[in-house]
Design a protein around this ligand. Structure first.
Ligand code: AZA
Length: 296
């Protein structure tokens, strides 16, 4: 005898771009581009087990709903829009008990023309994205996680790595000066919100939380005299938790993007290692992957 142990369904890769006209200056426009996933949970078992579509909110309707609510509501901060969208599904359909909204916000950064930020022109300055995950329960409770992904950084000095286990498997040389590079994937969880109004009231915290986490990540990466990716990661988490009081925990996943020194001494004794290292070999794989979650 088998049974449906878990089920959740919805629409993935819902894409939208919203233009908002600035209320103070009609010529000034703001743009927000999202890729959204909507998933629903509830009394939907018969759709799987009995071929009965009666309880099915179609995934096409989820896409339509996302577009309509984006037109009717502000879409920033994305934490609030995710909460609005998730709340809609659990409030509209009695048999839907939980909704899960994942938003990826793509970068469109206003750029300068003749020394002045342009009113309606933007540049995609990197692959970095802002992430939001909302889990909305039918009693109104909202669990939110925010994050940054694909933020690629590199420092050319200020990173060491020594003191690790030396045994018969070890070939890695200790170093007190190496290149450090990673693609930052950071997530921070907010304290639970009782309902949509409570999440809306925290809108400024979400914006500040994102700006602070990004700035702390970039600054700590640059200024920390790094003993390891692990040690630098922990300092980032500590500082975010110190700054954002409503954040419960912070997680990072940092791939260690290795750049290896190249020994060129075979060529007329050309010195290119240690203090003389200048030309490095970027490695694609394998790579280290350092992860942690730090809580209060
Ligand atoms: N942490 C680092 O920062 N660098 C490394 C590791 C590690 O665990 N292992 N090899 N290189």
């Amino acid at each position: 005898m088998v049974h449906l142990a878990a089920s959740r369904y919805g629409k993935d890769n819902i894409r939208l771009l919203k233009v908002e006209r600035d209320p103070e200056n009609p010529k000034l426009q703001h743009v927000y581009e999202f890729t959204i996933t909507v998933l629903l949970e509830g009394d939907i078992e018969v759709a799987y087990t009995k071929a009965d579509n009666t309880p099915v909110v179609t995934t096409d309707s989820m896409k339509n709903t996302t577009h309509i609510l984006a037109k009717q509501n502000p879409v920033t901060p994305p934490e609030v829009f995710a909460s609005v969208l998730g709340t809609h599904f659990v409030n509209t359909y009695n048999h839907i008990h939980k909704s899960f909204i994942h938003i990826i916000q793509h970068r469109w950064t206003r750029y300068e023309v003749d020394g002045k930020l342009h009113d309606h022109s933007f540049i995609r300055d990197g692959a970095e994205v802002r992430i939001v995950d909302a889990e909305v329960h039918e009693d109104g409770k909202i669990l939110l996680k925010s994050g940054i992904a694909d933020l690629l950084v590199l420092k050319s000095t200020g990173s060491a790595f020594y003191g690790y286990i030396q045994d018969e498997y070890t070939t890695l040389k200790e170093t007190n000066d190496r290149i450090m590079s990673t693609s930052v994937d950071a997530t921070w969880s907010w304290k639970p919100y009782d309902n949509l109004d409570a999440a809306k009231a925290a809108a400024d915290s979400f914006q500040d939380g994102y700006q602070n986490a990004r700035q702390i990540t970039l600054k700590t990466f640059a200024v920390d005299d790094s003993a390891s990716v692990q040690a630098t990661l922990y300092k980032m988490c500590e500082e975010i938790l110190e700054t954002a009081k409503d954040v419960q925990d912070v997680s990072y996943a940092l791939p260690n993007k290795h750049y290896f020194e190249i020994d060129l001494s075979w060529f007329h004794d050309l010195q290119n290692t240690g203090k003389d290292a200048q030309v490095y070999a970027p490695q694609s794989n394998p790579n280290g992957l350092i992860t942690a979650k730090v809580s209060r």
